[in-house]
Design a protein around this ligand. Structure first.
Ligand code: KG4
Ligand code: ZN
Length: 334
């Protein structure tokens, strides 16, 4: 069988990324151009600035990726692109770039859901074995997904309000920890102790999550301490917050594995970079003989290698888009 080279494009938020992946498992070259330093000045992603920067960068990133791979468009089998969910102005740039390339070079265009990309990032580490449970934790998602086979996604639970990454970023902001707060809160948590009595959120029999109550508890705690003239110990706060997040995520994930009688667990999304979640799941999966796969750190946050990888499986299943592919700000995982 001929090798399949997918050129993936990701631009759903503030990273302009292009990657070439061979046969859905071997990264040939990836370029990620992050806008994080620009958005950090505003304490969060400014959508209008993000899309303008994608426009400026997309062609350069495509050319740089081909050059690093030492390949030409002739050698590319198909083009995969994130069509949603994400910031509409940002998504549009990637979608227009991908459909233009597909049209000019007569390549199939493969639509990829952003979360499918995060999930398939795991195939760059190890061949994904089914059935599996995927814990998807990002800036926009907190989902537990059962997968019977490739591209068969059944959501068994999700957040009722804030996504876990969003809660990390908001907690960081109230504690005056610079954007993006997630990685810094994670780091700081190891310098403190679990001293603050924060609630364990939505500790019930469902597979749903809720982080807005925990976030509000942190905000109230910080404001109350400030009004009393006390300083909050940021490291203790980070540790207390992270302890609750890790406890509830891992508790429900391990229960899902048991109930669905599944022995394969993958973690996906930007918050999969969190060391508390990675370490605790490693311990629990070892105890319960579950095969755990987590993406290496570079594949946790947004990147096009994950889109090219998911694109390979979508391509093999015959998924194709027309040149009029629409970007969608919200869309169900499928
Ligand atoms: O998947 P991603 O790059 O973008 C979305 O699709 O949302 O995830 C970004 C999120 C941000 O909220 C960021 O703060 C969080 O992932 N994040 C972390 C860590 N690294 C990134 N959260 C907690 N601990 C980390 N180490
Ligand atoms: Zn993402």
């Amino acid at each position: 069988m001929n090798d399949v080279y997918i050129l993936g494009i990701e631009s759903s938020c503030d990273e302009t990324s292009v990657s070439i992946v061979k046969n859905g498992c071997e990264e040939i070259a990836t370029v990620v151009l992050s806008q994080i330093d620009t958005h950090a000045n505003y304490g969060g992603v400014v959508p209008e600035i993000a899309s303008r920067m994608h426009v400026e960068n997309i062609t350069i990133v495509v050319e740089e990726c081909l050059s690093r791979a030492q390949m030409t468009m002739d050698e590319i089998t198909a083009i995969a692109v994130t069509y949603g969910p994400g910031l509409i102005g940002s998504l549009l740039i990637g979608v227009v770039a991908a459909s233009t390339l597909a049209y000019i070079f007569h390549k199939p265009l493969v639509p990829v859901h952003h979360i499918a990309g995060h999930i398939y990032a795991n195939n760059l580490e190890k061949k994904m074995e089914f059935p599996l449970i995927a814990l998807v934790v990002s800036g926009g998602h907190t989902d537990l997904i059962y997968m019977k086979d490739n591209y068969c996604f059944s959501k068994i639970g999700g957040t009722l309000d804030d996504a876990v990454g969003e809660a990390y970023d908001k907690v960081a902001r109230v504690a005056s920890i610079p954007y993006p707060g997630g990685p810094l809160v994670d780091k700081l948590s190891y310098e403190g102790v679990d001293a603050y009595p924060l609630p364990l959120p939505l500790d019930d029999d469902s597979y749903n999550f809720s982080f807005s109550g925990l976030k509000s508890a942190v905000i109230n705690l910080v404001h109350n301490e400030e009004q009393r003239g006390n300083t909050v110990n940021k490291a203790d706060l980070a540790c207390s917050f992270q302890s609750r997040v890790v406890e509830i995520l891992t508790k429900k994930t391990m229960r899902a594995l048991k109930e669905y009688d599944v022995k394969n667990l993958i973690v996906a999304g930007g918050v999969a970079a969190n060391s508390g979640i990675r370490n605790r799941l490693k311990e629990l999966c070892q105890e319960q003989s579950v095969n755990l796969t987590v993406p290496s750190l570079k594949y946790c946050t947004d990147n096009a290698a994950m889109i090219a990888t998911a694109g390979y499986f979508a391509y093999n299943l015959g998924r194709r888009a027309g040149y009029d592919l629409k970007a969608l700000a919200t869309t169900k995982l499928n």
